[in-house]
Design a protein around this ligand. Structure first.
Ligand SMILES: Cc1cc2nc3c(=O)[nH]c(=O)nc-3n(C[C@H](O)[C@H](O)[C@H](O)COP(=O)(O)O)c2cc1C
Length: 359
């Protein structure tokens, strides 16, 4: 039914309008416990494998929602009812900002892809803090993606990341340093040793001071797929040096592999199917070069259970998706998990963790 709705209705309406409508519907549904029960009864996956224990938290299965879908944390209860095992909100900037002018989100249906140049539209950290404070914590781990305002210079960027942490630390189970969006001018330069050493050093210190005597919450770094191996080596070395818990690989790409859709020339980051292979390659590289010292969260082009398998077997412990959810609709998690578990059964595997890094 979703396929038909998508083909005949959604694909004819501006992509961001549909996104806003979906977010509003999910936010509305989340206000009513019966609506969440219906969503959960219909779409939540029935998993038969034991959950994943990581960082003192429980993940029912490996598939979570990637950053950027629920930027302002408006639909957490409904997203949880759709079966995601963890949810990343944001990217959040310290001050509210509108993002880039519209149109800024494009569907490349023939390529099972999206191009976006959103530019971190954000309600700002204070609004998010109020929202998260006034509602009970969802039952799944909540990741918060930290960003900087467009007007903040690279030299001052660290203050922005710390400001968001400062406002939101009590509400997140893990925090993601987003330095890989292609849509905030020069943001990706923060991935270079010149900036990254200071950024990670200061953020790690801040996380320690916020934790006090409590256990340290994980800090993760989200990287771009367009890096050279030597640049990835630098990021891995600094991440290990500053006690970063893991790497999220990857954000959207500026590359344009062979595409069919007319929107292929739009400026912005490409996500979905054409990104899948490159992000898996990077996951495998990190896995092989860090001897499991960094947890990897794989993201990029996950549509099916086989795609989840591919990322786990390359070395990811958890995975996330955005574009697959847009194309597959509310049954996305349930379908992908059923496919994954069928494949596990065929292979005689009963724990998700046993797929990590298998040849
Ligand atoms: C419209 C859109 C907005 C996004 N916004 C963010 C964001 O704010 N922060 C972030 O870290 N990633 C953002 N992403 C990137 C996704 O989290 C993900 O890394 C990327 O899309 C690859 O995964 P996918 O192929 O499953 O979409 C965005 C992606 C899309 C399509």
């Amino acid at each position: 039914m979703y396929d038909s709705l998508y083909k005949h209705l959604f694909s004819r309406i501006d992509a961001e309008q549909i996104h806003q409508l979906s977010v509003n519907l999910l936010a509305g549904a989340g206000q009513f416990a019966p609506a969440c029960s219906i969503l959960s009864n219909t779409f939540s996956p029935k998993t038969s494998c034991p959950p994943i224990k990581l960082w003192g938290k429980t993940f029912a299965h490996p598939l979570g929602l990637a950053g950027g879908f629920d930027k302002d944390a408006r639909c957490l209860p409904a997203l949880q009812s759709l079966g995601f095992s963890f949810i990343e909100v944001g990217t959040v900037t310290p001050q509210p900002q509108p993002g880039n002018p519209m149109p800024r989100l494009f569907r490349l249906t023939e390529d099972q892809a999206l191009i976006n140049r959103m530019g971190f539209p954000s309600a700002g950290a204070a609004v998010l803090a109020e929202r998260l404070k006034s509602q009970p914590h969802v039952d799944v781990p909540l990741f918060i993606s930290l960003g900087k305002n467009k007007a903040t210079t690279l030299t001052d960027a660290v203050q922005d990341y710390i400001a968001v942490l400062n406002s939101l630390y009590p509400y997140g189970d893990a925090f993601v340093v987003n330095i890989s969006s292609p849509n905030t001018p020069d943001l990706r330069k923060l991935q270079t040793r010149e900036y990254l050493s200071d950024l990670l050093g200061q953020l790690a210190q801040t996380m320690k001071s916020f934790a006090g005597n409590a256990s340290l919450k994980p800090l993760l770094v989200k990287i771009a797929p367009d890096l050279e191996w030597s640049e990835i080596d630098d990021i891995l070395e600094l991440s290990l040096q500053f006690g970063i818990a893991g790497i999220i690989a990857t954000n959207t790409t500026l590359q344009r592999p062979q595409l069919k859709s007319t929107h292929q020339t739009e400026t912005g980051g490409l996500s979905g199917q054409p990104l899948r292979q490159r992000s898996t390659e990077i996951i495998r590289y990190i896995h092989e070069h860090t001897e499991k010292k960094l947890t990897i969260i794989g993201v990029g082009g996950i549509f099916t259970g086989d795609d989840v398998w591919e990322k786990l077997s390359a070395g990811a412990t958890l995975v996330q998706a955005y574009t697959g959810f847009i194309y597959k609709g509310p049954a996305f998690v349930k379908q992908a998990l059923a496919q994954l578990e069928a494949r596990m059964k065929q292979s005689g595997i009963s724990h998700y963790e046993d797929i990590i890094g298998i040849k």
